[in-house]
Design a protein around this ligand. Structure first.
Ligand code: UN1
Length: 509
């Protein structure tokens, strides 16, 4: 069923004009860069445009953030939390329109567009909780009548670089926690999803403005080579949190390390599912479909590799191929669609190149493999039977391509799953407790995320999110990820009338 969506209504209710500024503090700043359209990847038609910001506007955004930070950092954290609660309410109020905009701008199906905004709302709730739980440890001093403890202070300006595929939630993972921690945030979104960023910024900046803290959120949309480089080189920005490709993250990490800044990197994944011969195969089928086909394969957590136990491999592969043939591809706003388009023509070409390379290297195409002959950037979800060591299986292609191999020993499957440069997400389907234990133990999955009887994608925000190796090592969202956005201070207080030195050192005149 196509549900007619009033695109003009969505855009206008979200405060978007035909041409929008690429630089924002409380409101839009005047800009003079080139005007770039944001296209609906499902049709190729432009939704609205953004006029790009340059270095002069970047300086204005930084200056506003610096000034606002000085006041924001001294507002007690629970009071900051009260304002973040209002941010969550504002996102709730605009969830329907913002979710539709996510679908319109990046092509994910509406239920996922809405789910993404829900993820941001959940982050607001979590950040409100954090605002009362920025706990430091206290230690027993080795010296009499001395007291030691750690406390956490706001860090400063946080640069948040986000990718097109989660144009709303990844900002929220970072920004809402950073705000609870007392930081100011400068957001540089992907140039492929600027409208979602502008809409999100306006909703949230209005709340902060109402409380006199407009400048703590800044938005800068411009060329990577210009404003992106300025941001990562900027010593006034102690933390850069970047989500995107490993290539981008390696550059960001090196530049930020070069100025001894802090970076939080959430980069490429190459996630695998192991389906054991003890698995509930119906569950596995559904988990793989969502993991590999959902979001048209454009999540960093997308399932890209599948290891099937030899006992079940043939029959299960047939079922999977059958299911792939029935995936409804089309308009992401049609409620019966399961898979929308890729983001742009470049992504379709990457998909085509990966399919050809896999076949040239010895893989066998089982289903899919072609772009669809229609407007927009649609491709078929694809399964390729591939020996686990095919060179292409080492790479993340941001598209719905699944490489399938067969194993006989779990040890072998775990070794294969770990034998890639990336280390984000992993999962096993099995009803055997012992196999679960092997998968989750120190000799098991080497990823930041390890799941049992659910797929690799769709993580909840309560756990720390991120991965090892070339995934970059950063952790965002839940657990104690907030610590990345603060500076830690160890304090030793002497309440005695003596001055004993630690480690028994004597230094008497
Ligand atoms: C991403 O693709 O960058 O776990 C993030 C998931 C989502 C987040 C994905 N909650 O799939």
């Amino acid at each position: 069923m196509i549900q007619p969506i009033d695109v003009a209504g969505v855009l206008s209710r979200l405060g978007l004009a035909e041409v929008n500024s690429g630089a924002w503090v409380s409101g839009p700043l005047p800009v003079s860069g080139p005007v770039v359209a944001s296209n609906n990847p499902g049709t190729g038609a432009p939704l609205a445009s953004v006029q790009l910001a340059g270095l002069a506007e970047y300086e204005q955004v930084v200056a506003a953030a610096q000034a606002a930070f000085l006041r924001w950092r001294v507002l007690p954290a629970p009071k900051r939390g009260e304002i973040i609660r209002e941010l969550g309410d504002a996102l709730r109020e605009h969830k329907a329109d913002l979710g539709a905009l996510v679908s319109l701008e990046v092509g994910k199906i509406l239920s996922e567009g809405l789910g993404e905004v829900q993820e941001s709302i959940d982050m607001a709730d979590l950040a409100v909780g954090f605002s009362r739980q920025l706990y430091g440890l206290s230690m027993h001093s080795e010296r009499a009548q001395h007291r030691m403890f750690e406390q956490w202070h706001p860090l400063g300006l946080v640069g948040v670089i986000t990718a097109f595929n989660f144009p709303n939630a990844v900002w929220a993972w970072n920004a809402l926690v950073a705000l609870a921690c007392g930081d100011a945030v400068i957001w540089k979104p992907s140039i492929k999803a600027p409208l979602t960023a502008i809409a999100t910024h306006q909703i949230c900046a209005a709340v902060l403005d109402r409380h006199g803290f407009g400048g703590v959120l800044g938005l800068i949309i411009g060329a990577d080579a210009e404003v992106g480089e300025a941001l990562i080189h900027d010593k006034r920005v102690p933390l850069i949190s970047a989500t995107g490709s490993t290539r981008m993250g390696r550059h960001v990490g090196q530049v930020v390390a070069g100025r001894l800044g802090r970076s939080l990197l959430e980069l490429g994944g190459n996630n695998a599912i192991i389906v054991d011969n003890t698995a509930d195969l119906d569950l596995a089928l559904r988990g793989i479909l969502f993991g590999a086909v959902g979001t048209a394969g454009q999540r960093c957590t997308t399932t890209r590799r599948l290891f099937l136990h030899a006992d079940i491999a043939d029959g299960f592969t047939q079922r999977l191929v059958h299911a792939y043939r029935h995936v409804r591809i089309g308009d992401p706003l049609d409620s019966s669609t399961l898979m929308g388009p890729l983001i742009d023509e470049g992504a379709v070409q990457d998909y085509e190149r990966a399919v050809s390379a896999a076949v040239a290297q010895g893989g066998t195409l089982l289903v899919g493999g072609k772009r669809l002959d229609r407007a927009g950037h649609y491709v078929e979800p694809t399964i390729i039977a591939a020996p686990h060591d095919l060179p292409i299986c080492q790479h993340e292609t941001f598209a719905p391509i699944l490489y399938v191999s067969t194993y006989t020993e779990l040890t072998e499957a775990i070794a294969w799953q770990n034998d890639v440069p990336q280390g984000l997400s992993s999962s096993i389907f099995t009803d055997s407790f012992r196999k679960v234990e092997r998968f989750l133990g120190p000799e098991g999955s080497d990823c930041g995320i390890a799941n049992v009887n659910i797929g690799t994608s769709g993580a909840e925000i309560g756990g720390a999110f991120g991965g090892e190796k070339e995934t970059g090592g950063g952790r965002e969202a839940g657990s104690d990820s907030w610590k990345a956005y603060m500076r830690r201070q160890t304090c030793t207080l002497n309440g005695s009338s003596a001055l004993p030195l630690a480690q028994g050192v004597r230094f008497d005149l």
